[in-house]
Design a protein around this ligand. Structure first.
Ligand code: ATP
Ligand code: MG
Length: 265
């Protein structure tokens, strides 16, 4: 069963068409990956779900249902209260607030009471022990990877049933990216469905059961993640598996080496 059903979604920012007639299903309990290059419309898709397009002067048409209930017409806070919580791109934390206060802020829109908030905090500390160690430090002092953990932890404080993650591994060293990926899996194993936007197709396809590839605002490919991981197009475009001539054409240094080797031949 799909917990999130997106049908015929089109989004524009003024004259810019960012998404064209997209349909996406996020199955209950799974991890669904959304891949695509810069400007493909991945963030726009998450904004449409979290009803935050308005903050960016975007407008959309189409239908988005969560557990059969239309999200259209809801305010962003009501979407959070319904159990859909987004972690925006770029590790946004309140830099001058402490780690503990950042987490507390995440619980503000939550449905539960004090008991649920306490349980959510315990869970966040279990997933990210560093956030307990650094509870009283300013969030701005954390490393990039720790800030990503805090951004995710804050979202978890709202007790999401569906977590929307926007490129959590972007700009992180491989080891940290791998830890974040592991945690995404743990969060999912705890019963939270995940919609994972990633440019890192290798990570995303390993974690996800289903994946969609966006290309300039349209769904170019979709299917089981393991099938997409072996598709030639995905391998060539998103997994960095390239034939050598094409690579040489794209890489100026390789092009120069080839030219030099011709001259010296
Ligand atoms: N606030 C905005 N105003 C105008 N155009 C926007 C705005 N936000 C995004 N766009 C445009 O919409 C299209 C999709 O952008 P979006 O940010 O959704 O892509 P993305 O797949 O998330 O890219 P990236 O991987 O770089 O984050 C792009 O052409 C982008 O320039
Ligand atoms: Mg984006």
């Amino acid at each position: 069963m799909a917990t999130l059903e997106i049908r015929a979604l089109s989004v524009g920012y003024g004259p810019v068409r960012a998404l064209r007639d997209i349909s996406v299903d996020v199955p209950d309990g799974g991890i669904t990956a959304v891949l695509g290059g810069n400007g493909a419309g991945k963030t726009t898709l998450l904004r449409a779900v979290s009803r935050t397009l308005g903050f960016h002067r975007g407008t959309g048409t189409g239908s988005i249902r969560f557990d059969g209930r239309p999200l259209e017409g809801l305010r962003p806070a009501q979407v959070v209260a319904a159990g859909v919580v987004q972690v925006p791109e770029g590790r946004q934390v309140f830099a001058r607030m402490t780690v503990a206060d950042n987490l507390r802020a995440g619980a503000l829109g939550a449905r539960g009471g004090r008991k649920e908030t306490g349980a959510a905090l315990a869970r966040v500390h279990e997933l990210f022990p560093v956030l307990a160690d650094r509870a009283h430090q300013r969030a701005g002092l954390l490393s990039g990877g720790e800030q990503q953990m805090l951004a995710m932890g804050r979202a978890l404080m709202a007790g999401p049933r569906l977590l929307l993650l926007d490129e959590p591994s972007l700009g992180l060293a491989p080891l940290m990216a791998a830890r974040i990926a592991e945690t995404v899996q743990e969060i999912n194993a705890g019963g939270t469905s995940v919609m994972l936007v990633e440019q890192n197709a290798a990570i995303a396809l390993r974690l996800a059961s289903t994946a969609y590839v966006l290309d300039v605002g349209e769904v170019a490919l979709s299917g089981p993640a393991d099938e997409l991981a072996t598709s030639d197009e995905v391998r060539r475009r998103y997994l960095g598996v390239v034939d050598e001539d094409a690579a040489a054409d794209a890489d100026p240094a390789a092009r120069a080496r080839r030219t030099l080797s011709r001259w010296s031949a």
